[in-house]
Design a protein around this ligand. Structure first.
Ligand code: HEC
Ligand code: HEC
Length: 242
């Protein structure tokens, strides 16, 4: 579940974009085939790549019995890919890229990073205020929003991550709508909140110390929207969503 969310994180600037046809070949064909690596890992399609396009297309279409439906566009994409002469190096590059992406996605969510984000010791990349401007966790923080110490247990991991990411509550939508929280940050924050229940209460968070101008603006907004006491149940929160 965490991975599924993390996977949607947009590629960072320095990462090469996916090579879609190579990715298609890897996901649907490479269980049984390679290109130019000989017969060691499946049937080598290099000889077939020299066939006339129509013959190659026919052979690929017949692979439906192995891989399930292949529409005409997909078949043509694979024909062009196999015939472009660069297929072996493109497959290799795409495999490397996929591996790097997977490693990035499976970086474990860090409660420590989440704690820094929560309390504003690390800035949210979207520029929004720290959560502690409005929320308590483990006894520290603001009191405008509900105490989040037990929220992990209450909501469960995936709904919590999605709630943080989408900021699907009136006040938070106002605050983070134009300062989106990244998937990765939501994962860290949820990891921190999982630990927050057991934290010993400390001092109250000095609201004016958090997040600078953004927090002050957010608090102004919050004061306009937030009129109800807390904490309250999930049902009511859902009832207030649009
Ligand atoms: C489950 C294994 C499997 C998968 C997956 C698979 N194939 Fe095949 N493919 C075979 C086998 C076995 C043959 C040889 C027998 C035949 O032609 O049916 C073959 C033959 C071929 C041939 C003819 C090669 C030749 O030299 O005769 C082509 C072209 C081909 N596959 C392309 C593809 C493409 C493109 C994909 C991905 C969309 C794919 N195959 C997926 C098993 C597979
Ligand atoms: C400007 C104030 C404000 C900030 C900043 C803020 N929140 Fe909230 N948050 C609220 C309010 C108010 C609610 C209650 C929702 C409602 O009643 O609309 C809430 C609700 C929540 C809930 C649902 C709680 C529950 O018990 O169902 C979660 C989870 C949450 N916030 C997480 C966060 C996280 C994580 C951050 C930091 C990225 C954050 N919030 C930043 C004001 C804020």
């Amino acid at each position: 579940m965490i991975l599924a969310l993390a996977h949607t994180t947009p590629a960072r600037g320095e990462e090469p974009a996916a090579d879609a046809p190579a990715a298609l070949f890897i996901s649907r064909c490479s269980a049984c085939h390679n290109v130019g690596r000989g017969e060691a890992s499946g049937l080598d399609l290099f000889p077939a790549s020299q066939w006339p396009p129509a013959d190659l297309a026919g052979a690929i279409q017949r692979m439906e019995e192995n891989v399930g439906p292949l529409d005409a566009d997909t078949v043509q994409t694979l024909v062009r890919f196999l015939k472009d002469g660069q297929a072996p190096s493109r497959i290799e590059a795409e495999e490397k890229r996929m591996e790097t992406e997977l490693q990035a996605a499976s970086n474990p969510a860090s409660a420590e990073t989440g704690k820094e984000l929560f309390f504003g010791r690390r800035t949210l990349s979207g520029g929004g205020p720290a959560c502690a401007a409005c929320h308590l966790a483990g006894g520290s923080g603001g009191t405008l929003g509900p105490d989040l110490s037990g929220v992990f247990k209450k909501m469960g991991q995936t709904p919590l991550i999605s709630a943080i990411k989408n900021s699907d509550y009136k006040v938070m939508r106002g605050t983070y709508g134009s300062h989106p929280i990244k998937d990765e940050e939501a994962l860290h924050l949820a990891a921190f909140l999982e630990t927050a229940e057991g934290l010993t209460p400390a001092r109250k968070w000095p609201i004016h110390g958090v997040g600078g101008a953004a927090a002050v603006a957010a608090l102004g907004l919050a004061a306009v929207f937030y009129r109800r006491p807390h904490p309250r149940g999930k049902e009511k929160l859902h009832g207030r969503k649009k």
